[in-house]
Design a protein around this ligand. Structure first.
Ligand SMILES: [Zn+2]
Length: 496
C-alpha cells in the first residue's frame, strides 16, 4: 500500500511537472502571495465580521436547507473541530452550487459546496477538505492575510465582498458588481492562500483528520487528483484550487505526513456519503454523477424511494409506489444505526398522508415511530432525526409532543437557527401567528441578526395582544434576556 501510494505520487509529480508554467495550477514557482503577517483582528471585530458574513451567505447565496445534507456536513465538521484543540466558534453551511469549492470565512464560518460533496470519492476525502478549512481558521490565516479597517467601508459591505470572493459566485446585482470592480479584484488576489499557509493548513488538518478517525492520506489524494484532472484546462480549474493552490512540494509534504501517522484506532467512516450524494442529485434531478451500477440493494431501495418522493405523481402512480415503501421499511428496521433510511421512510409516509392516500400505513407509522424515538435518544443533536420525528408526531395528531421534540433541541446544540425556524413553521401550520413570530425572533438571535429579531418579537407582541395566544411570558422573557443586544442595534443599519 505504502509503495503503491509513493509510486502514484511520483507519476503524478512527473505529469504535473510537464505543465507549462503559465498554467493556473501553480507549481513550485508559485509566487508567495502571503504578505508579511498582518495584525490579527480583535475578537469583537472578528465576531462582527462573522455575523455580517453569515448574513451575506443567507441573503446572497442559495443555502442548502435539506436537514439530512446539512446534518451530515455538520456532524463531520463538529467531530473534527472537537479535535482541533481550540475551544472556539465554528459554523458549517452548505452552498447549493455545482462548483468544487469549500472556504473558511471569518469567525469560524465554514462553507462547503454541493459540487464538492458530489466529487469526493470517500467520506475521508470530504472530511479532509473540512479539516483543511478548520486548520485555516485555527491558524488565523484569513485575518493574517487580509486586514479589515474602517477605511474599507462598512463591515457589511466588506463581509459581502469577502463572501463573493470566497464563495466564488458573483451575484450579478448592481451593488455587488460595483464592489467587485475595484476592491474585489485586489481582494481576490490577496485571498489566495500562500504556500506557507497551505502547508500549515495541510499539516494541522491532517493531524486533526487522523485524530478524528479519518484516513490521513485522503487530503493529498483529493487535492492531487483535482490538480491532475484540471491540469490540461486552465479554464476549468476548480474554484477550490484558486484559493488553495496545489504545489508539488505541498502534495509531497502531505503524503509524507500521512505516512508517519499510526494506524487509525477507531475508523469513523460511515456509509452515508452515497445516500447524501443521491439527495443532492435528486434535488436537481440529475443522477449522471452517481455510479448507479455499484449500489447495494439497500442503496438502490433508498434511491427508488427518493425518486418517488420527488416525482409529481398521479394517484395511481402513488398507489403503485406503495411497494417501494415496504422495501424502505425493511431497510429502516435493519439499519437502525443509519437513521437516513428511517428519516426517508418518514418523508415518504408524509407524502402519502398529504396526498390523502388511502394506503394502509399503520405498520410503517408504528415502526418508524419506534425507530425514530430510539434514534433521537442516540443522537439528540441530529437535525434530520429531530425534524422527521416532529413531523411524524404531527401527522399522527400529536402536535404538542411534536413541538416538545423540537423545543428540546432549540436551546442547545448547533442547529438552533434551523430548529427555531421549524418551530415557527409548525406554529404557523396551527395558525399560531404570534408564536410563529416569536420563534422567528429566536432563530435570528442565533445568527446574530438582532435587527431582524427585534422586528419579529415586536410582531409577536402586537399579534399576541390582538389574538391573545397566551405567550406574554415568553415574549417578556425574550425581551429581558436580549435587552442589550436589541437596543445596541438601534444605531446600526437596519437590515430589511
Ligand atoms: Zn487551503
Amino acid at each position: 500500500m505504502k509503495r503503491f501510494r509513493q509510486a502514484t505520487l511520483a507519476i503524478m509529480i512527473g505529469s504535473l511537472a510537464a505543465i507549462n508554467s503559465s498554467s493556473a495550477i501553480a507549481l513550485d514557482n508559485l509566487p508567495d502571495l502571503g504578505a508579511p503577517d498582518l495584525v490579527e483582528y480583535d475578537r469583537q471585530t472578528e465576531e462582527r465580521l462573522g455575523r455580517a458574513f453569515t448574513e451575506s451567505l443567507m441573503t446572497q447565496f442559495d443555502l442548502q436547507e435539506d436537514p439530512e445534507i446539512l446534518n451530515y456536513i455538520r456532524q463531520i465538521g463538529y467531530k473534527i473541530a472537537g479535535n482541533s484543540g481550540q475551544n472556539r466558534n465554528f459554523d458549517f453551511y452548505v452552498i447549493r452550487n455545482n462548483t468544487i469549492n469549500a472556504f473558511a470565512g471569518p469567525n469560524g464560518v465554514i462553507g462547503v459546496h454541493t459540487g464538492l460533496i458530489e466529487t469526493v470519492h470517500s467520506e475521508s476525502e470530504l472530511a479532509s477538505v473540512i479539516a483543511h478549512e478548520i486548520a485555516h481558521v485555527t491558524q488565523q490565516h484569513l485575518s493574517r492575510t487580509y486586514e479589515y479597517n474602517s477605511t474599507q467601508g462598512s463591515i457589511t459591505s466588506f463581509a459581502t465582498l469577502l463572501a463573493a470572493v470566497l464563495v466564488g459566485i458573483y451575484n450579478p446585482n448592481a451593488g455587488m458588481a460595483a464592489l467587485m470592480g475595484g476592491m474585489g479584484m485586489n481582494m481576490q488576489d490577496q485571498l489566495k492562500n500562500s504556500r506557507q499557509h497551505e502547508q500549515e493548513a495541510d499539516n494541522v488538518g491532517i493531524q486533526i483528520l487522523h485524530e478524528s478517525g479519518y484516513d490521513p492520506h485522503a487530503m493529498g489524494d483529493f487535492f492531487g487528483r483535482l490538480a491532475k484532472s484540471s491540469q490540461f484546462n486552465a479554464h476549468q480549474v476548480p474554484e477550490i484550487l484558486r484559493t488553495h493552490p496545489v504545489t508539488l512540494s505541498r502534495l509531497a509534504a502531505a503524503e509524507n505526513r500521512a505516512q508517519v501517522m499510526p494506524p487509525l484506532k477507531v475508523p469513523v467512516e460511515s456509509n452515508d456519503l452515497i445516500l447524501i450524494k443521491m439527495r443532492i442529485a435528486a434535488e436537481k434531478e440529475d443522477f449522471s454523477k452517481l455510479e448507479i451500477k455499484s449500489l447495494t440493494a439497500s442503496e438502490q431501495c433508498y434511491l427508488h424511494n427518493l425518486q418517488e418522493l420527488n416525482r409529481k405523481q398521479t394517484e395511481k402512480q402513488l398507489r403503485q409506489s406503495r411497494a417501494q415503501l415496504d422495501c424502505l421499511l425493511r431497510e429502516a428496521s435493519e439499519n437502525t444505526m443509519q437513521p437516513l433510511y428511517n428519516t426517508l421512510l418518514i418523508e415518504r409516509i408524509k407524502q402519502f398522508k398529504e396526498r390523502n392516500s388511502n394506503a394502509d400505513l399503520k405498520q410503517p407509522i408504528s415502526e418508524a415511530l419506534k425507530l425514530i424515538s430510539y434514534q433521537q435518544e442516540l443522537w439528540p443533536n441530529n437535525l434530520a432525526v429531530q425534524l422527521r420525528h416532529a413531523q411524524l408526531l404531527e401527522l399522527t395528531g400529536e402536535y404538542q409532543k411534536a413541538m416538545q421534540v423540537l423545543a428540546d433541541g432549540s436551546e442547545k446544540g448547533h442547529n438552533q437557527y434551523q430548529i427555531n425556524n421549524y418551530l415557527a413553521q409548525f406554529a404557523r401550520e396551527q395558525n399560531k401567528e404570534a408564536l410563529a413570530n416569536y420563534y422567528q425572533a429566536r432563530a435570528q438571535v442565533f445568527v446574530g441578526n438582532y435587527a431582524r429579531a427585534r422586528h419579529f418579537i415586536d410582531e409577536a407582541k402586537r399579534i399576541n395582544n390582538q389574538r391573545n395566544e397566551g405567550i406574554d411570558k415568553q415574549i417578556d422573557f425574550f425581551n429581558a434576556k436580549y435587552t442589550q443586544n436589541l437596543q445596541e442595534n438601534d444605531q446600526k443599519e437596519v437590515i430589511q
